[in-house]
Ligand binder design. Structure first.
Ligand SMILES: *Cc1c(COP(=O)(O)O)cnc(C)c1O
Length: 363
Protein backbone atom coordinates (compact mmCIF):
# COMPACT_ATOMS: atom_id res chain seq x y z
CA UNK A 1 0.00 0.00 0.00
CA UNK A 2 2.61 2.53 1.09
CA UNK A 3 4.85 2.24 -1.98
CA UNK A 4 2.05 3.41 -4.27
CA UNK A 5 1.50 6.58 -2.27
CA UNK A 6 2.60 9.84 -3.82
CA UNK A 7 3.79 13.11 -2.34
CA UNK A 8 0.57 15.05 -2.05
CA UNK A 9 1.09 18.81 -1.88
CA UNK A 10 -2.63 19.54 -1.65
CA UNK A 11 -3.69 22.62 0.30
CA UNK A 12 -6.51 20.64 1.88
CA UNK A 13 -7.71 18.07 2.46
CA UNK A 14 -4.09 17.09 2.62
CA UNK A 15 -1.60 14.38 3.56
CA UNK A 16 -2.00 12.55 6.84
CA UNK A 17 0.78 10.54 8.48
CA UNK A 18 0.90 7.05 6.94
CA UNK A 19 1.08 5.47 10.41
CA UNK A 20 -2.20 7.18 11.33
CA UNK A 21 -3.92 5.85 8.22
CA UNK A 22 -2.56 2.37 8.86
CA UNK A 23 -3.68 2.39 12.45
CA UNK A 24 -7.15 3.58 11.44
CA UNK A 25 -7.24 0.81 8.82
CA UNK A 26 -6.30 -1.82 11.39
CA UNK A 27 -9.05 -0.61 13.72
CA UNK A 28 -11.59 -0.01 10.98
CA UNK A 29 -13.96 -2.95 11.47
CA UNK A 30 -13.45 -3.73 15.14
CA UNK A 31 -12.29 -0.91 17.39
CA UNK A 32 -10.51 -2.22 20.51
CA UNK A 33 -12.67 -5.32 20.77
CA UNK A 34 -15.92 -3.38 20.68
CA UNK A 35 -17.06 -5.47 17.71
CA UNK A 36 -17.75 -2.39 15.63
CA UNK A 37 -16.16 0.45 13.73
CA UNK A 38 -15.84 3.85 15.38
CA UNK A 39 -18.17 5.15 12.69
CA UNK A 40 -20.86 2.69 13.77
CA UNK A 41 -20.76 3.61 17.44
CA UNK A 42 -23.25 5.61 19.43
CA UNK A 43 -21.68 8.92 20.33
CA UNK A 44 -23.21 8.40 23.78
CA UNK A 45 -21.48 5.04 24.32
CA UNK A 46 -18.80 4.57 26.94
CA UNK A 47 -16.21 3.53 24.38
CA UNK A 48 -16.82 6.67 22.28
CA UNK A 49 -16.82 8.86 25.36
CA UNK A 50 -13.26 7.70 26.00
CA UNK A 51 -12.25 8.55 22.42
CA UNK A 52 -13.59 12.13 22.51
CA UNK A 53 -12.28 12.79 26.04
CA UNK A 54 -8.82 11.50 25.15
CA UNK A 55 -8.76 13.54 21.95
CA UNK A 56 -9.57 16.67 23.91
CA UNK A 57 -6.98 15.81 26.56
CA UNK A 58 -4.24 15.35 23.94
CA UNK A 59 -5.16 18.59 22.19
CA UNK A 60 -4.91 20.34 25.56
CA UNK A 61 -1.49 18.77 26.17
CA UNK A 62 -0.14 19.38 22.67
CA UNK A 63 -1.18 23.05 22.55
CA UNK A 64 -0.71 23.66 26.30
CA UNK A 65 -4.25 25.03 26.47
CA UNK A 66 -4.58 26.76 29.83
CA UNK A 67 -7.44 26.46 32.32
CA UNK A 68 -10.33 28.71 31.48
CA UNK A 69 -10.65 27.66 27.83
CA UNK A 70 -13.28 25.36 26.33
CA UNK A 71 -12.48 23.02 23.45
CA UNK A 72 -15.32 22.36 21.01
CA UNK A 73 -15.52 19.81 18.20
CA UNK A 74 -18.01 21.14 15.68
CA UNK A 75 -19.23 20.55 12.15
CA UNK A 76 -19.66 22.92 9.22
CA UNK A 77 -16.01 23.72 8.53
CA UNK A 78 -14.11 26.89 9.25
CA UNK A 79 -16.55 28.68 6.96
CA UNK A 80 -19.47 28.18 9.33
CA UNK A 81 -17.38 29.83 12.04
CA UNK A 82 -17.03 32.93 9.83
CA UNK A 83 -20.65 33.62 10.83
CA UNK A 84 -20.56 32.00 14.28
CA UNK A 85 -17.77 34.35 15.40
CA UNK A 86 -19.72 37.60 15.11
CA UNK A 87 -22.89 35.85 16.30
CA UNK A 88 -21.15 34.72 19.51
CA UNK A 89 -18.83 37.64 20.15
CA UNK A 90 -20.55 40.86 19.15
CA UNK A 91 -21.85 42.82 22.13
CA UNK A 92 -21.60 46.47 21.14
CA UNK A 93 -21.73 45.42 17.49
CA UNK A 94 -18.20 46.56 16.58
CA UNK A 95 -15.44 44.26 15.37
CA UNK A 96 -12.17 44.79 13.52
CA UNK A 97 -10.63 42.57 10.85
CA UNK A 98 -7.27 42.27 9.14
CA UNK A 99 -7.86 41.55 5.46
CA UNK A 100 -5.02 39.32 4.31
CA UNK A 101 -6.56 37.02 1.74
CA UNK A 102 -9.52 35.03 0.51
CA UNK A 103 -10.50 33.34 3.78
CA UNK A 104 -10.06 36.55 5.78
CA UNK A 105 -12.26 38.24 3.20
CA UNK A 106 -14.94 35.55 3.46
CA UNK A 107 -14.91 35.93 7.24
CA UNK A 108 -15.13 39.71 6.91
CA UNK A 109 -18.07 39.46 4.49
CA UNK A 110 -20.00 37.25 6.91
CA UNK A 111 -19.28 39.62 9.80
CA UNK A 112 -20.61 42.58 7.79
CA UNK A 113 -24.07 41.01 8.06
CA UNK A 114 -23.99 41.34 11.84
CA UNK A 115 -22.41 44.61 12.81
CA UNK A 116 -20.18 47.61 12.32
CA UNK A 117 -17.05 46.01 10.94
CA UNK A 118 -13.86 47.99 10.42
CA UNK A 119 -10.78 46.93 8.49
CA UNK A 120 -7.79 47.33 10.78
CA UNK A 121 -5.53 46.42 7.87
CA UNK A 122 -5.67 45.30 4.25
CA UNK A 123 -3.02 44.03 1.86
CA UNK A 124 -5.50 43.78 -0.99
CA UNK A 125 -3.64 46.41 -3.03
CA UNK A 126 -0.60 44.17 -3.32
CA UNK A 127 -2.65 41.03 -3.98
CA UNK A 128 -2.25 39.89 -0.36
CA UNK A 129 1.49 39.33 -0.53
CA UNK A 130 2.00 40.12 3.15
CA UNK A 131 0.47 40.20 6.61
CA UNK A 132 0.61 43.34 8.77
CA UNK A 133 3.32 44.22 11.23
CA UNK A 134 2.09 45.26 14.66
CA UNK A 135 2.59 48.96 13.77
CA UNK A 136 0.31 48.70 10.76
CA UNK A 137 -2.70 47.57 12.78
CA UNK A 138 -5.39 50.13 13.40
CA UNK A 139 -7.63 48.40 15.94
CA UNK A 140 -10.47 50.31 17.59
CA UNK A 141 -10.12 50.22 21.39
CA UNK A 142 -13.84 49.57 21.77
CA UNK A 143 -14.07 46.69 19.29
CA UNK A 144 -15.68 43.50 20.60
CA UNK A 145 -12.83 41.51 19.03
CA UNK A 146 -10.02 41.70 16.51
CA UNK A 147 -9.86 39.02 13.83
CA UNK A 148 -6.91 37.57 11.92
CA UNK A 149 -6.32 34.67 9.55
CA UNK A 150 -3.07 33.31 11.02
CA UNK A 151 -1.94 31.54 7.85
CA UNK A 152 -3.22 32.54 4.45
CA UNK A 153 -3.41 29.20 2.69
CA UNK A 154 -3.96 30.56 -0.80
CA UNK A 155 -1.39 33.38 -0.81
CA UNK A 156 1.27 31.64 1.28
CA UNK A 157 1.63 34.22 4.04
CA UNK A 158 1.74 33.70 7.79
CA UNK A 159 1.93 35.77 10.95
CA UNK A 160 5.17 35.09 12.79
CA UNK A 161 4.05 36.92 15.92
CA UNK A 162 0.90 37.21 18.01
CA UNK A 163 -0.69 40.61 17.33
CA UNK A 164 -1.27 42.72 20.43
CA UNK A 165 -4.73 44.23 20.77
CA UNK A 166 -5.93 47.19 22.85
CA UNK A 167 -6.79 46.22 26.44
CA UNK A 168 -9.93 44.15 26.61
CA UNK A 169 -10.16 43.39 22.88
CA UNK A 170 -9.94 39.61 22.41
CA UNK A 171 -7.83 38.30 19.55
CA UNK A 172 -9.62 35.78 17.30
CA UNK A 173 -7.59 33.65 14.90
CA UNK A 174 -8.38 31.28 12.07
CA UNK A 175 -5.55 28.75 12.35
CA UNK A 176 -7.03 26.25 9.90
CA UNK A 177 -3.83 25.88 7.94
CA UNK A 178 -1.11 26.26 10.58
CA UNK A 179 -2.50 24.86 13.83
CA UNK A 180 -0.20 22.18 15.32
CA UNK A 181 2.72 23.45 13.19
CA UNK A 182 4.31 25.42 16.04
CA UNK A 183 3.77 26.23 19.69
CA UNK A 184 1.15 28.89 20.32
CA UNK A 185 0.59 30.93 23.46
CA UNK A 186 -3.15 30.26 23.71
CA UNK A 187 -3.50 32.73 26.57
CA UNK A 188 -2.93 35.58 24.09
CA UNK A 189 -6.07 34.59 22.18
CA UNK A 190 -9.76 34.84 22.95
CA UNK A 191 -10.65 32.32 20.25
CA UNK A 192 -8.58 29.99 18.10
CA UNK A 193 -10.36 27.86 15.57
CA UNK A 194 -9.48 25.55 12.71
CA UNK A 195 -11.04 23.23 10.19
CA UNK A 196 -9.25 19.91 10.57
CA UNK A 197 -8.49 19.02 6.97
CA UNK A 198 -5.22 20.93 6.56
CA UNK A 199 -3.11 19.84 9.49
CA UNK A 200 -5.25 17.88 11.94
CA UNK A 201 -7.32 15.20 10.27
CA UNK A 202 -10.13 14.66 7.80
CA UNK A 203 -12.64 17.28 6.70
CA UNK A 204 -15.76 17.33 8.83
CA UNK A 205 -14.48 18.40 12.22
CA UNK A 206 -13.77 21.98 13.23
CA UNK A 207 -11.99 22.74 16.48
CA UNK A 208 -12.89 25.88 18.42
CA UNK A 209 -10.84 26.87 21.46
CA UNK A 210 -12.61 29.67 23.29
CA UNK A 211 -11.94 31.58 26.50
CA UNK A 212 -14.81 30.88 28.87
CA UNK A 213 -15.59 34.50 29.72
CA UNK A 214 -16.45 35.07 26.04
CA UNK A 215 -19.33 32.61 26.19
CA UNK A 216 -22.91 33.53 26.97
CA UNK A 217 -23.62 36.57 24.79
CA UNK A 218 -25.30 34.64 21.99
CA UNK A 219 -28.89 35.70 21.29
CA UNK A 220 -30.38 32.20 21.33
CA UNK A 221 -33.87 33.58 20.82
CA UNK A 222 -32.84 34.90 17.39
CA UNK A 223 -30.08 32.65 16.12
CA UNK A 224 -29.80 28.89 15.51
CA UNK A 225 -28.84 26.85 18.54
CA UNK A 226 -26.24 24.93 16.50
CA UNK A 227 -23.95 27.96 16.28
CA UNK A 228 -24.05 28.83 19.97
CA UNK A 229 -20.66 27.98 21.44
CA UNK A 230 -22.04 27.99 24.99
CA UNK A 231 -24.66 25.35 24.21
CA UNK A 232 -21.95 23.23 22.63
CA UNK A 233 -19.56 23.84 25.56
CA UNK A 234 -22.23 22.98 28.14
CA UNK A 235 -22.98 19.74 26.28
CA UNK A 236 -19.32 18.76 25.68
CA UNK A 237 -19.82 19.15 21.90
CA UNK A 238 -22.71 16.66 22.07
CA UNK A 239 -25.80 18.82 21.80
CA UNK A 240 -26.30 16.74 18.67
CA UNK A 241 -24.17 14.06 17.01
CA UNK A 242 -20.59 15.30 16.73
CA UNK A 243 -18.38 14.34 13.76
CA UNK A 244 -17.44 11.12 15.51
CA UNK A 245 -15.05 9.53 13.04
CA UNK A 246 -13.21 12.78 12.33
CA UNK A 247 -12.65 13.32 16.04
CA UNK A 248 -11.24 9.80 16.33
CA UNK A 249 -8.77 10.42 13.48
CA UNK A 250 -7.83 13.77 15.02
CA UNK A 251 -7.01 11.81 18.19
CA UNK A 252 -4.70 9.53 16.21
CA UNK A 253 -3.02 12.53 14.56
CA UNK A 254 -2.46 14.14 17.98
CA UNK A 255 -0.98 10.89 19.26
CA UNK A 256 1.42 10.97 16.29
CA UNK A 257 2.34 14.62 16.99
CA UNK A 258 3.15 13.71 20.59
CA UNK A 259 5.22 10.69 19.52
CA UNK A 260 7.17 12.92 17.12
CA UNK A 261 8.05 15.35 19.93
CA UNK A 262 5.09 17.72 20.01
CA UNK A 263 4.55 21.07 18.35
CA UNK A 264 8.13 22.18 19.00
CA UNK A 265 9.34 19.28 16.84
CA UNK A 266 6.63 20.09 14.28
CA UNK A 267 7.97 23.64 14.14
CA UNK A 268 11.55 22.48 13.59
CA UNK A 269 10.43 20.19 10.80
CA UNK A 270 8.26 22.92 9.25
CA UNK A 271 11.07 25.46 9.34
CA UNK A 272 13.44 22.97 7.77
CA UNK A 273 11.04 21.98 4.98
CA UNK A 274 10.02 25.54 4.15
CA UNK A 275 13.59 26.81 4.62
CA UNK A 276 14.90 24.38 1.99
CA UNK A 277 12.30 25.55 -0.50
CA UNK A 278 12.74 29.28 0.15
CA UNK A 279 16.53 28.96 0.10
CA UNK A 280 16.29 27.35 -3.30
CA UNK A 281 13.81 29.97 -4.54
CA UNK A 282 16.14 32.76 -3.38
CA UNK A 283 19.16 31.16 -5.04
CA UNK A 284 17.94 31.35 -8.65
CA UNK A 285 15.79 33.50 -10.90
CA UNK A 286 13.74 31.04 -12.96
CA UNK A 287 11.05 30.94 -10.26
CA UNK A 288 9.84 33.88 -8.21
CA UNK A 289 8.48 33.53 -4.69
CA UNK A 290 5.06 35.20 -4.39
CA UNK A 291 4.88 36.19 -0.72
CA UNK A 292 6.92 39.03 0.73
CA UNK A 293 9.93 37.71 2.61
CA UNK A 294 8.83 38.85 6.07
CA UNK A 295 5.45 37.13 5.68
CA UNK A 296 6.39 33.80 4.15
CA UNK A 297 4.35 30.84 5.30
CA UNK A 298 5.97 27.66 6.56
CA UNK A 299 2.92 25.69 5.43
CA UNK A 300 2.07 26.96 1.93
CA UNK A 301 4.90 28.01 -0.36
CA UNK A 302 3.76 30.00 -3.39
CA UNK A 303 5.92 30.66 -6.45
CA UNK A 304 5.63 31.17 -10.18
CA UNK A 305 7.72 31.24 -13.32
CA UNK A 306 6.04 34.37 -14.65
CA UNK A 307 4.81 32.42 -17.69
CA UNK A 308 1.34 30.85 -17.43
CA UNK A 309 2.11 28.14 -19.96
CA UNK A 310 5.24 27.09 -18.12
CA UNK A 311 3.31 27.08 -14.84
CA UNK A 312 0.72 24.76 -16.38
CA UNK A 313 3.48 22.54 -17.74
CA UNK A 314 5.05 22.43 -14.28
CA UNK A 315 1.81 21.26 -12.70
CA UNK A 316 1.39 18.54 -15.31
CA UNK A 317 4.95 17.24 -15.29
CA UNK A 318 5.29 17.29 -11.51
CA UNK A 319 2.16 15.15 -11.32
CA UNK A 320 3.70 12.65 -13.71
CA UNK A 321 6.79 12.63 -11.46
CA UNK A 322 4.73 11.55 -8.42
CA UNK A 323 3.92 14.91 -6.83
CA UNK A 324 0.30 15.99 -6.86
CA UNK A 325 -1.59 19.25 -6.40
CA UNK A 326 1.23 21.72 -7.06
CA UNK A 327 -0.95 23.99 -9.18
CA UNK A 328 -1.53 27.32 -7.46
CA UNK A 329 -4.97 28.59 -6.48
CA UNK A 330 -6.74 30.36 -9.36
CA UNK A 331 -6.62 33.72 -7.58
CA UNK A 332 -2.80 33.66 -7.40
CA UNK A 333 -1.81 31.44 -10.31
CA UNK A 334 1.61 29.83 -10.47
CA UNK A 335 2.41 27.02 -8.08
CA UNK A 336 1.74 26.27 -4.45
CA UNK A 337 3.44 23.59 -2.39
CA UNK A 338 1.45 22.86 0.75
CA UNK A 339 3.83 21.25 3.19
CA UNK A 340 1.92 20.48 6.35
CA UNK A 341 3.08 18.41 9.32
CA UNK A 342 2.69 15.06 7.56
CA UNK A 343 4.87 15.98 4.56
CA UNK A 344 8.16 14.08 4.87
CA UNK A 345 11.45 15.92 4.25
CA UNK A 346 12.01 13.62 1.24
CA UNK A 347 8.89 15.05 -0.41
CA UNK A 348 10.40 18.53 -0.37
CA UNK A 349 13.81 17.25 -1.48
CA UNK A 350 12.15 15.50 -4.39
CA UNK A 351 10.25 18.67 -5.26
CA UNK A 352 13.41 20.78 -5.27
CA UNK A 353 15.19 18.25 -7.50
CA UNK A 354 12.25 18.39 -9.86
CA UNK A 355 12.24 22.20 -9.81
CA UNK A 356 15.96 22.29 -10.70
CA UNK A 357 15.51 19.91 -13.57
CA UNK A 358 12.41 21.70 -14.83
CA UNK A 359 14.25 25.04 -14.71
CA UNK A 360 17.23 23.61 -16.61
CA UNK A 361 14.95 22.08 -19.27
CA UNK A 362 12.81 25.18 -19.75
CA UNK A 363 15.09 28.14 -19.16
C1 LIG B 1 -9.38 25.90 4.11
C2 LIG B 1 -9.52 27.10 4.94
C3 LIG B 1 -10.77 27.60 5.32
C4 LIG B 1 -12.07 26.98 4.86
O1 LIG B 1 -12.29 25.82 5.54
P1 LIG B 1 -13.63 24.98 5.31
O2 LIG B 1 -13.46 23.88 6.31
O3 LIG B 1 -13.63 24.51 3.89
O4 LIG B 1 -14.79 25.84 5.61
C5 LIG B 1 -10.80 28.71 6.14
N1 LIG B 1 -9.67 29.31 6.55
C6 LIG B 1 -8.46 28.86 6.19
C7 LIG B 1 -7.24 29.57 6.67
C8 LIG B 1 -8.34 27.74 5.38
O5 LIG B 1 -7.12 27.31 5.02
Amino acid sequence: MSETRIYNFSAGPSMLPLSVLEKAASEMTNYHGSGMSVMEMSHRSKVYDTIIKETEASLRRVLSIPEGYKVLFLQGGATTQFAAIPMNLLKTGKADYALTGNFANNAYKEALKFGDIHLAFSSKDTNFDHVPSQDELDIRPDADYFYICANNTIYGTEYHYDPVTPAGVPLVADMSSNILSKPVDVSKYGVIYAGAQKNMGPAGVTVVIVREDLLGNYPLEKYPVMLDWKTMADKDSMYNTPPTYGIYILGLVLEWVEQMGGVKAMQERAEKRAGMLYDYLDSQDFYKAVARKDSRSNMNVTFRTGNDELDAKFAKESMAAGMSNLKGHRSVGGMRASIYNAMPMEGVEKLIDFMKKFAADNA
